[in-house]
Design a protein around this ligand. Sequence first.
Ligand code: HEM
Length: 341
Amino acid sequence: MPTQKIVAPPANAAMFLVLTVNEGAEAQVADVLTGVSDLTKAVSFRVPTSNLLCVVGIGHDAWGRLFDAPLPKDLHPFKEFHGDVHSAPATPGDLLIHLRAGTQDVCFELAKQLMTRLRPYTQVQDEVHGFKFFEERDLLGFVDGTANPEGDEAQTAAVVGDQDPAYRGGSYVIVQKYLHEMSEWEALSTGEQERVIGRSKLEDIEMPDEQKPANSHVALNDLDDVDGHAREIMRDNMPFGEVGSQEFGTYFIGYAADPAITETMLENMFIGNPPGTYDRILDFSTAVTGGLFFAPPKSFLDDPTTVPAQSTSAGVDAADEDAAPAASADGSLGIGSLKKS
Ligand code: HEM
């Protein structure tokens, strides 16, 4: 399997870990990352029906610290958006670990195994345990994920292709942790809530365009390019929370072949389209974290020396385990190396 598995049916359980890498511990962290797929296999083999998936993403500032390999074409720091009323802040994060499975036990076990190895070299900035809530609903009560692309379209939307041959099979991941104002949300009638989202609550049917408010969540996130083609991402949001402390949240995670698409959605939501017409969902949901990561192909994670130093080597798919790296002009294999190893 050349890529980390990005596109998958909605899971029942998930964990999201955002870590920063300690100064001077880069080589150790890079080394632990080469063992992630073996660890995932070991935990998953104990419960094969659990469909355990692990995706590791690397932030812009950490990439050059961890690897000598070139920066993926579109990897940059998370772009903040500050609208007149609401903001999408950037928060610290060098590594994202996204675990999904049919049950929480395997996610927890893999997280524990990973953290045993990473703990001495990293700081945990955020940890969220997500759960499936009824029919793929978020804690606002709406079905979340319906309009996701499927099959080949999902793959094209989420996974890097010819636009960056060296990192074909990778994906740009944007995450944000949102906290909901439940008492204000529940004070709205169902009809008002439906106009915030742009779909019916019980049946999950999209409103006709002439009824859908311009500031509804769906209206602002349904993007087309100039030729009318859909600009899509693959979302895998999960509810999370604690009733004792009245924490009710949605962990947003969007995978994209091109992070500019997710950024346009964020711009529409926070600044508005046109500016000022911001997403009404934000009046009930506050973004408290924000990060952009690149999830490299599995072959790179297993061995970060497999990507050609020049990402333009014609005709070679370095992300494909079957493809040999191209020889460079100086006769070397032109490969990157583990930083400081
Ligand atoms: C508070 C956090 C969020 C919640 C509770 C939420 C919930 C929902 C719900 C209920 C839908 C309608 C059903 C569906 O198609 O999935 C939806 C659609 C969508 N959301 Fe979100 N969402 C959140 C944040 C975001 C963010 C941050 C983005 C992008 C940066 C986003 C992008 C989309 C897209 C692309 C759609 C589909 C639009 C279409 O119909 O084409 N969402 N979301």
